[in-house]
Every structure is written in C-alpha cells, then in structure tokens.
Design a protein around this ligand. Structure first.
Ligand code: MF3
Ligand code: CO
Ligand code: CO
Length: 269
C-alpha cells in the first residue's frame, strides 16, 4: 500500500506530518456527511440494503471510493448492525421494524486518505432503555477522545471508556477494537476500549486512529455468524456503537469525522 509518509514508532505506529491532517479531514468530512444524509431515510419498513445502496451512490457521486467494497471479500459500502448485532452487519432485504436501533458504519477513501465513522439511528420510536444505551455509548466514545493527548497511553483511552460504561452497569465488547488508519484502512495499533491507565503505547502528535467502542446492555461476549461477518451478542442483548477517526495534535486531538449537521441523537434525522 502507498504508505511511506512520516516515520514509524517502536510500537509500529506511523507518525504523520502536519500537512497530512488536511487529507484526513477531507475524507472524514465526507464519511460524516454521508451519515448525516442517510438519517432521513432510516424509517420503519425500509430494508437495510436500500440504505446501503443510497450510501454507495453518495460515495460515488462525491467522486470518492468505498473502502469496504472488496475489503477481504466484503461487498457493501456500509455495515449496518441492527439491535443485538454488535458490528459488521451485512445490509440485506430484512425491513426495519418500529423501535429497531441500528449502527451505520461508513469508510470512504478520498485522495488516498481513509475516513471511518459510525453512528446510531432508530426506526420509528426510540425506547427509553435503548435511548440510554445509545447515549452512554456516545458519551463513552468522548470519554476516550478526551483522554487523547501526547504523553498519555492507549491504556488511558481504554480505561476511561471501560470505567464510564461499567459505572452504568453496561459492558464493553472486548472482541473488536479501534485501529490506526491513514493511507491504509487498518494499521497498528489495536485501540482497545478497555484496559488499565498508563499501559500500552504512548500517544504522539501525528498518530491517526479510530476509537469505536461497542457497548452491550448485557454481557460483553460476542460470536460471529456463519456468514463470517455478522457479530452478535451471545446473550442476544442490545448493542450500540459510535466511531470517530481522529489525529493526535500538540495538546489533544482533532476529530476528522465530526457531523457537519451536529446529528448525533438518533431522532435528529
Ligand atoms: N468500518 C469498520 C471499522 O470500523 C470495518 C468494516 S470492514 C467491512 O473498522 F469489511 F466489514 F466492511
Ligand atoms: Co474503524
Ligand atoms: Co468503521
């Protein structure tokens, strides 16, 4: 892959240069705009394949490329994970029902830079329990983001997320993690959403990675279905996820995938 910029740390993490932030902002902005624009289409009776087709068209109309089509044999422009699906849900013909909650995860490539982000949506009426799950998951992502600054460690990020989620008597999924990205989709490090403060690689200015916690109402264990993609909670409890792509700056970080329309609440579509 075309990734020869900057330098690599002892932990194998690429350090990008200041000029590279602009490329990540462009890619991240498009991915986030697509998540804004799909919101009004999330309705009871709509099949998730219809949402995916609309997303694929938005990517193409923007002159960008989908990072997921053709990735390890995956065929779609998004992952759409409904209710107890934790992540990597495959868009299909099943129609959304009243009260279904869903994560839509989109990764685009703009001028060779990857923008990867996901959010929660609801079809129809949002239940009280599910609203709380979604709010806690969103806030957990920001607990992680707030721990990002040079000198802190990746363990600090995971610990902040885990502590916050478990204080709400919800659980953090261990089987999937965030990842470095830039001019490749997935690169070191593995960004764990649990852990101990002060452990793991030290954060440095110029690192680009995702934070994408998955939170379950029940137990944290997952299993992957026979399609080799769909990950579900073993206890069938509901699961939620939010994801941002970020870059470490001198004093903290920049979020590449902020919603242009400020659409984070699932009923703001
Ligand atoms: N966007 C997902 C992530 O956050 C990866 C999806 S890979 C796919 O890392 F092949 F399932 F699309
Ligand atoms: Co990701
Ligand atoms: Co993603």
């Amino acid at each position: 892959m075309d990734d020869t910029r900057g330098r690599i740390t002892r932990d194998g993490i690429r350090i990008y240069e200041e000029a590279d932030f602009a490329g990540m902002h462009a890619a991240g902005r498009l991915a986030a705009q697509i998540l804004d624009d799909i919101a009004p289409m999330v309705q009871v009776g709509v099949a998730t394949s219809v949402l995916d087709a609309a997303i694929e068209k938005m990517v193409n109309d923007a002159g960008a490329k989908s990072a997921t089509i053709g990735y390890k044999g995956y065929k779609h422009a998004s992952c759409i994970s409904v209710n107890h699906v934790v992540c990597h849900g495959i868009p299909g013909e099943k129609k959304l029902k009243d009260g279904d909650i869903l994560n839509i995860d989109v990764t685009v490539i703009v001028d060779g830079w990857f923008g990867d982000t996901s959010r929660m949506y609801v079809a129809g009426k949002l239940g009280r329990k599910t609203e709380r799950l979604i709010q806690i998951t969103h806030d957990a992502l920001f607990e992680g983001i707030n721990a990002v600054k040079p000198g802190n460690t990746f363990g600090d990020i995971g610990a902040a997320i885990q502590k916050f989620v478990e204080a709400q008597r919800m659980s953090v999924v261990r089987d999937f993690c965030g990842h470095g990205l830039g001019r490749v989709f997935h690169s070191p490090p593995n960004v764990l959403h649990y852990g101990r403060p002060g452990t793991g690689a030290v954060l440095e200015e110029g690192m680009f990675f995702t934070i994408e916690p998955m939170v379950n109402l029940g137990r944290p264990e997952t299993k992957v279905l026979a399609d080799d993609w769909t990950a579900v909670t073993r206890d069938k409890s509901l699961s939620a996820q939010f994801e941002h792509s970020i870059g470490v700056t001198e004093n903290g970080c920049e979020i590449f995938t902020l919603s242009p329309g400020g659409k984070y609440h699932p009923t703001w579509g």
